[in-house]
Ligand binder design. Structure first.
Ligand SMILES: [Zn+2]
Length: 290
């Protein structure tokens, strides 16, 4: 028998009160250390070495299904076929978990970067989620829709203009621009601007349990959790990205809420606790019983 080259399907279920959350892995993304700033390169390399992690950092890319009993929701959609080969597992992994694109009534986007939104489209740019309302922070939709962005005003945004255009054009009639607060029963939008102007997390609350989905608050957990000041070239406003990262870390730590994110490693559920000048992630172990 030929040795397998690919992992078994990247899916994992976790109950939040009466809701079911399923992590759907879309693949991974390697990024150079050089795009990260806020601490010395040696410090970053030491942090990766100390946790036996890869050089350069390998980011996990996740989407999430939320079933509340009333709604079947997808949070982010991965990179689809328009990005690098290491992403685009969403549809296969959704199928492994028993879901098809037509099952979703809502897609919640954390922001309109390609590793979170390009999976809305098939290889020929076709709409893959025709029955879903697409919830996104109004500031995010306004930012990427602004023709003035074409003048190169935001170096962080320029590489992603074309992928954003494709998504916005194809789904124009399906968007529901939203603000901080409730977007669906049991689900609220948390405005976390900085990485992009409308970058958002989502909070799920059911039967006394809370899950904070913090989107791209963290790209490299091994570095940005102990050093929340580390920002990236992808951040449209690095100062704001830093302050909102600290704010959501402090909130989740103080409340003891469970957290997850688009770039946390599977099974991708954890708690966060203060540790020195920064924080420490305490990942939940794989649970056999859902
Ligand atoms: Zn991302």
């Amino acid at each position: 028998m030929k040795a397998p080259e690919r992992q078994t399907p990247g899916v994992y279920k976790r109950r939040i009160g009466d809701a079911m959350v399923t992590v759907i892995n879309d693949g991974f993304l390697d990024i150079p250390f050089e795009i990260l700033r806020g601490t010395e390169l040696d410090d970053m390399k030491e942090l990766m070495q100390a946790t036996f992690r890869s050089h350069p950092p390998r980011l996990t890319v996740n989407a999430f299904v939320i079933e509340t009993g009333k709604n079947t929701v997808l949070v982010d959609v991965g990179g689809g076929s328009t990005t690098v080969y290491s992403m685009g597992l969403l549809l296969d992994n959704l199928e492994s978990a028993g879901f098809a694109p037509n099952d979703f009534d809502t897609v919640l986007l954390t922001h309109i970067h390609p590793d979170h939104s390009s999976g809305l489209l098939g290889p020929s740019g076709e709409v893959l989620f025709p029955h879903a309302e697409i919830v996104v922070n109004e500031d995010e939709l306004n930012f990427w829709s602004d023709p003035a962005l074409r003048d190169g005003r935001s170096a962080a945004a320029t590489p992603y203009l074309d992928s954003a255009d494709m998504v916005i054009e194809a789904y124009r009639e399906q968007f529901r621009p939203s603000r901080e607060g409730s977007v669906l029963p049991h689900i609220s939008l948390l405005a976390l601007p900085g990485h992009t102007p409308g970058h958002s997390g989502y909070e799920i609350e059911s039967a006394g349990e809370t899950l904070v989905m913090w989107g791209d608050t963290v790209h490299v957990p091994e570095i940005q959790i102990p050093r929340p000041q580390v920002t990236s070239e992808y951040d449209v406003d690095e100062g704001l990205a830093h302050s909102n990262r600290r704010r959501i870390f402090e909130y989740a730590a103080k409340e003891g809420h469970l957290v997850t994110g688009g770039h946390l490693h599977l099974p991708a559920f954890a708690h966060i606790i203060p540790d020195g000048q920064g924080f420490r992630l305490v990942p939940e172990p794989w649970a056999v019983v859902v």
